[in-house]
Write a protein that binds this ligand. Structure first.
Ligand code: GDP
Length: 434
């Protein structure tokens, strides 16, 4: 999927435009704090184009001076995006700060689309003429608060989307990423994978041109480790900011089949770990919990069980995720991670025949009859799998209103009991049979 970034000096309306384009997306993990708050990255669509959108204005760059912040946000846009929307404010005209942003954007070969915001009605269109002087061609008048002109702007952005790269077509490769707080040992684990195996490290000029992904083969299976922040050479100032590493993690998650949520066994679980795991769950990816630095933990025969209980307690929404205890330092069980990645990615892409599915559902309903509400009884007609990655099922009923959350949960559990689905979330939708 192509990525579009919005840049511009403060107060031109970046987050209003971001929210307009993204629309209201419903979070499926309501109980994880911070997952959707302060969103700066989201998938979005326009007509038949799907893309990711970044609001660079939401990435605050510490205590740097004002112009330096704007400069770094523009550089993030250049680093991360395929197309850049350069946003300005028609009511204030071209300012010195706009010219600063323009100067940085001149350096990139990536397409830049210039938008003039706060043009709230057609009489105000004259405001845009000033903006030709920025040197990015025709300015697009828009109004974030009224939702005007966004269609034309997005059409122009979409015209500049790159051709889908080959990378997205390869299907015999399992793509995974490692996410977690700094210093939990993500890079060390990757180094073990790459060091021990025939390495075909390459600078992939793929969808995310600046990402360094690494390919390797283990036990005859091809893998691709997706680059995340902190795993590549550090250099730019913004790479150490929290929002930027969240952004990088989200982008890596999006490109993965399976995500390793890496914890530091020595330190136990932190609030930030939960938030990070929440992103992966919400994205519907296969998930494995990896407890690293297990060598450094003082243990008796109960330690592993206690840690497991602690993880299950803290990550209730990840009850399907297997847990692996490893040490990047001693390499203990590190390669067990890859076996688990392979298994989980198979489950993530598992397709169940309708006939088998419906036998399971019939049995389930016989055992635990469907609920009634206001004198009406829920009738379950049949179930079908509509999607993989993650496996998504639709159950057709007479009246979706009578379906209870608890009964949905029961059916989901039956699916898990029957088919496993270890490591992958599954989704169940209820629809009225028409
Ligand atoms: P990242 O920020 O998550 O990529 O973490 P790094 O891979 O850079 O590791 C952070 C620190 O933890 C380094 O000093 C590593 O040597 C150390 N470390 C990584 N894995 C292990 C492990 O399994 N055991 C121990 N004792 N130390 C580890």
């Amino acid at each position: 999927k192509p990525t579009v970034a919005i840049v511009g000096r403060p107060n031109v309306g970046k987050s209003t435009i971001f929210n307009r384009i993204v629309g209201e997306r419903i979070s499926i993990v309501e109980d994880i704090p911070g997952v959707t708050r302060d969103r700066i990255y989201s998938s979005a669509d326009w007509l038949n184009h799907e893309f990711n959108l970044i609001d660079t204005g939401g990435i605050d760059i510490g205590d740097e001076p004002f112009l330096e912040q704007i400069r770094q946000q523009a550089e993030i846009a250049i680093d991360e995006a395929d197309v850049i929307i350069f946003l300005t404010n028609g009511r204030e005209g071209v300012t010195a700060a706009d010219e600063q942003v323009a100067k940085i954007l001149y350096k990139t070969k990536k397409p830049v689309v210039l938008a003039v915001n706060k043009v709230d009605n057609p009489d105000m269109r004259d405001m845009i003429y000033d903006f030709y002087s920025l040197g990015f061609g025709e300015p697009f008048p828009i109004s974030g608060s009224h939702g005007l002109g966004l269609g034309d702007l997005l059409d122009e952005a979409a015209r500049n989307f790159p051709e889908p790269s080959e990378e997205e077509i390869e299907d015999d490769v399992i793509r995974f990423s490692l996410i977690g707080r700094p210093n939990v040992g993500k890079s060390s684990l990757v180094n073990v994978f790459l060091g021990e195996e025939r390495v075909i490290v390459s600078d992939i000029a793929g969808t995310t041109r600046d990402a360094i992904d690494s390919d390797f083969i283990s036990d005859g299976q091809k893998y691709k480790v997706i680059d995340t922040a902190g795993m590549r050479k550090k250099g730019k100032v913004y790479e150490s900011t929290e929002k930027y590493s969240v952004l990088r993690a989200l982008r890596a998650i999006e490109r993965s089949d399976v995500v390793l949520v890496v914890l530091n066994g020595e330190e136990g679980i932190r609030e930030q770990d939960k938030r990070i795991a929440g992103y992966a769950h919400e994205a519907g990816k296969g998930i494995i919990i990896v407890v690293n630095k297990w060598d450094a933990v003082e243990k008796d025969e109960k330690t592993m069980n206690r840690m497991t209980e602690n993880i299950r307690d803290n990550f209730q929404f990840l009850d399907y995720a297997p847990i692996v205890f490893v040490s990047a330092k001693t390499r203990q069980r590190v390669f067990q991670i890859l076996d688990t990645v392979k298994r989980v990615s198979e489950n993530h892409a598992l397709r169940i025949q309708s006939s088998i599915l419906n036998e399971v559902i019939e049995d389930a309903v016989a055992m635990n009859p469907a609920p009634s509400d206001k004198g009406r009884k829920l009738r379950i007609y049949y179930m079908t799998q509509v999607q993989v990655k993650p496996p998504t099922f639709v159950v057709f009923v007479n009246d979706p209103e009578i379906m209870h959350f608890s009964y949905e949960r029961f059916l989901q559990n039956k699916l898990r009991e029957s088919f496993g689905f270890e490591g992958t979330p599954i989704r169940l939708l209820t629809r009225k049979r028409s």
